[in-house]
Design a protein around this ligand. Structure first.
Ligand SMILES: N[C@@H](CCC(=O)N[C@@H](CS)C(=O)NCC(=O)O)C(=O)O
Length: 218
């Protein structure tokens, strides 16, 4: 059997690519990476070789493509059930907040692009983006009720919820935002994670600059 492959976009900007990449790393799965830079004339043609949806990420296992970050996460969790909290109530909460991330937070996502090269930038945000941030802070606080007592991630051990909110951690360190102490503590812990640090370092080293993803002032 060949090694699985994850097709990703720019590490600097591709928040949807970061999610499966991080959970694969935390699962100890050995995989190859194919990086297709976003926003180029060739992007669609290149990514269509792997998925008709023409978006990254795409995960290829035994020649079969799994596209969309949530489908990849659920597929990986079939052989790595520890990626979800063990307790069914905690697991349902984790699944709900992952689904909410996957389908929502549009103001946050459009006004505060994930940018691994941004650190503490000044930015003006709308009431809608502030409301998204407050909702995320509430969710993170609510996770404490389901903590398994084993670590500092949202549910204790690292889970798909941490992978799905990792781009939010990158955003929260990228822009100067009014955040609760508990939010900062979770972000500081996550930013110490060796895998997330590697991704961010690779992203920061990338030479492409996409104006549409650049927000805030240094
Ligand atoms: N729902 C998809 C979203 C994937 C997505 O929008 N990926 C972006 C990069 S972060 C992309 O491929 N953009 C290129 C395009 O839409 O042309 C997922 O969860 O994987």
């Amino acid at each position: 059997m060949s090694k699985p492959t994850l097709v990703i976009g720019n590490k600097k900007y591709s928040s949807w690519s970061l999610r499966p990449w991080l959970l694969l790393k935390h699962s100890g799965i050995d995989f190859d990476e194919i990086r297709i830079p976003l926003d180029t004339p060739e992007f669609k043609e290149q990514v269509r070789q792997y998925s008709g949806a023409a978006r990254v990420p795409v995960y290829i296992v035994d020649g079969h493509a799994i596209w969309d970050s949530l489908a990849i996460a659920e597929s990986v969790a079939e052989s790595h059930p520890e990626l979800w909290p063990e307790d069914p109530v905690a697991r349902a909460f984790a699944r709900s907040m992952v689904a909410e991330m996957h389908s929502g937070f549009t103001a946050l996502r459009s006004e505060l692009p994930m940018n691994c090269a941004a650190h503490g930038r000044q930015i003006e945000i709308s009431a809608a983006a502030l409301s998204d941030i407050q909702r995320i802070e509430t969710l993170w606080q609510q996770c404490a009720a389901y903590h398994d007592g084993q670590g500092s991630w949202l549910f204790g051990r690292f889970s798909i919820a941490d992978a799905f909110y990792a781009p939010v951690v990158v955003r929260f360190q990228g822009y100067n935002l009014p955040l609760h102490k508990a939010t900062r503590a979770y972000c500081d812990m996550a930013l110490q994670d060796a895998h997330l640090r590697n991704w961010m370092a690779d992203g920061e080293a990338e030479s492409e600059v996409l104006d549409i993803e650049e927000a805030g002032t240094v």
